[in-house]
Design a protein. Sequence first.
Lengths: 148, 290
Amino acid sequence: MKLMTKARLKSPWVLHYDCGSCNGCDIEILAALTPRFDAERFGIVNIGDPKQADVLLVTGPANRRNYKVLQNLYSQMPEPKVVVVVGTCGCTGGVFYNCPNVLGGVDKVIPVDVYVPGCAARAEQIVDGVVLALQKLVEKSERMEEES
Amino acid sequence: MVELMSLNTVLSIIFVIAAPFLGGLLTGLDRKVTARMQSRVGPPLTQPFYDFIKLWGKQPFIASRFQPMLALGYLAFILTGLILLAFGQDLLHIIFTLTLADICLIAAAYNSKSPYSNLGGRRELLAMLSYEPLMVLTAICVQVITGTFLVEGIFEYGRPLLLVVPAAYVAQQLVLVIDMKKSPFDVAGSGHAHQELVRGVYTEFSGYTLALVEAAHWTKLVFILSLISLFWAQNLLVGAGLALLLWFLAILIDNVYPRLNWKTMLKTTWSVGFFLILANFVALIILEVV
């Protein structure tokens, strides 16, 4: 494996955005980042800045109120980047499906790489999802190398 | 005929080249020690280098055309300061080179319209206002004792500085905590999860400009630690031990204290820090050491 790909794999910085979740999944995400699960041993850091992030963790259904914020955050992240949706709401709209102000799953607004279903998704599932996302990151990274 | 370089010159050159790598390893160790203090395993020791390489390979997002230059200037001025230090130059010049480096960082933060970045820059200015007077006062103390601002003067002075100005050494803890961007004085922006200003002064950096800033940070850490090690210049191993003691205490303080606001930072440094150094100074005069 190339050094650059290895470095990308070993240092995924996570941006967490809640676009209207009930906070159940957010609590689980934060649980996965706390000392109990110690995500930092894989180099995972929770960073608040989209310009410095590699992985976008989204919870909650896409809705008319803040979908532009979500698009804005996504467009501010430099390549290579991956998007992980956590929770049933984010995957399909969940219990809010067909509500007048809900657009549906997050993939209606931005391209999504990994879906982590569950209400709420468990911390282990979220870590699994991020590991899956890292495989996607490797693919994107290699594609970027080929293009350049 | 070109004369062969003396051993000291060779050592100085090796030190300057190795400084960024040493700083990176120290940062990795910092993260490991912090993790152990929170009963975690923590990232590998080489984690900062992985971060650096990754950031270097990211798609470049430049906030303004001047920003990469300023990020480079931040690193370059710190390296210049380190070279001045390694070759035993004037302490005041060394401190003012560090100031120039910080000015580069602040100018880069002001170089975009982002309000987070602007506020971070303002807070970084306040941080400078807090720790630089302490460094300059310490340098003046050293001048009064050794009769010169030159770093060489400290080496030529018979006794270790720690025995003459112990309180000034304690005051360096404040300088180190602010410089390492550790709680309680990390108002300008930190790597931790408190994100009320996103990432403060670093908000607008991304990709390779952030990598440059990280490298500058590592170098700055080694730079400040080597300044502190001058407190025992007669045996630099003891000096390095003294510096690493303060470094460890800074990590401990970081894990014990929450973030405090900029007013507390200014009040603490200007009262406790000034008092420590000035009391030491008065004691020297009363005891007729100088």
